[in-house]
Design a protein around this ligand. Sequence first.
Ligand code: SAH
Ligand code: SF4
Ligand code: F3S
Length: 471
Amino acid sequence: MKKQLYIKTYGCQMNVYDSGRMADVLAPIGYAPAQAPDSADMVILNTCHIREKASEKVFSELGRLRLLREERKAEGKGDLLIAVAGCVAQAEGEEILARAPYVDIVLGPQAYHKLPEMVAQAERAAAARANGDDTAAGPGRGVLNTDFPEEAKFDFLPAPRAEGPSAFLSIQEGCDKFCTFCVVPYTRGAEYSRPVDAVVAEARGLVEAGVREITLLGQNVNAYHGLDATGTEMGLGDLCRALAEIPGLSRIRYTTSHPRDVDDALIAAHRDLPQMMPFIHLPVQSGSDRILRAMNRGHTRDRYREIVAGLKGSRDDLALSSDFIVGFPGETDKDFRDTMALVEETGFIQAYSFKYSPRPGTPASAMPNQVPEDEKDARLKELQALLQRQQIAFNQDCVGREMDVLLDRVGKHPGQLLGRSPYMQPVHVTAPAEMRNTIARLRIVSAGPNSLGGELVAAADPPHSSERACA
Ligand code: SAH
Ligand code: SF4
Ligand code: F3S
């Protein structure tokens, strides 16, 4: 009989991609997706360690799963295997097993190809437990794998299945930049780029299965330097060029890019390839040179301005989003004003902003002059108000324009479809159900703070190759 698997995913898109790979690697040993944890035989928490709030969630969720396991046992439904994957597993593997000894499996992001054998081991231990054998691996003896193995997990994981017209594709993982606030270099390990052929083959498979839009993923996606068939390194710009050759692939996106790794080849790809979406997530974190230096970001405010100017020079409809941290240790009101000024000047159509959260083991957590929480709150509020104004202004500016929208979902109202603009804005439109999963030309007729309304101009499938996404 099929067993049921429920995966709860926290954190970034790479975790979303990884959760798919974990489900795929467990299918051959009999696990099928469950709709809810209540009906599952195994639950995997795919965790995020980036800020304190994110990683604390894990322990409360584990407490709930423990109760669920006891309920199942009381109802005679059999055991529930509990696994913790992702960045908290990598950073705090031993601590998880100590604090939550009922956890069966702890595995870090580079060990996902080892999951089937770990599950088999945990199943054997659970069976032994059920037979009253307490010496077998059991509570307090969960299996742990937080290695950074020599081999690349990608070589051992099945290719992803397409689910709808849009897909993620991990091309790069890990980070060598060591920003002083960030845990990622410790949780994901050193930078690794998948070979070009493997990426192109995965993209082809997705497109053959109906995918029209691929988002290339990496912690520093534009640090990509995969080897091609001749053993020569290829950067992200040239990789995008290779992917643009795939017939039927209409949209290419990538995230998250680092300002330091924006090069001429990437700018040229934006200029030359209509498949490149004119929307780039390019986190700056702060507008103060002093803080950028303390963060070890490796660029100044002026350098960021130059990079933005270079990218915007590639096509006139290009727009940006960013991440910001307020209240980094030592941030003064003057530093914060510099951030506000950079936002005013650059104009971001969307953004994520966070209060600095000290993370164990990172240099910034030990820096003097930590900013008081109420100061962080006030700065975050002010910054978010400005970013929100910019987002609303951009949305309103879209009214009257024509855009190609990938209609990937059914809307809330009857006869309505929902899709994404080139700028990732959700757009709703009244359209025939057959238009789902196609790219349609819409005229934008209304704008809210977080979404747009459109009217059908024409089906634009295949896409206009010579036209800009946003006229
Ligand atoms: N590689 C990407 C960011 C990955 S983490 C880059 O270099 O831009 C995603 C975002 O989380 C970061 O951009 C940053 O804004 C935020 N972040 C990371 N560590 C944080 C911390 N300790 N406190 C608050 N926000 C943090
Ligand atoms: Fe973290 Fe900096 Fe690496 Fe981004 S570049 S993942 S913020 S260390
Ligand atoms: Fe979180 Fe790890 Fe992604 S810390 S943001 S899940 S790389």
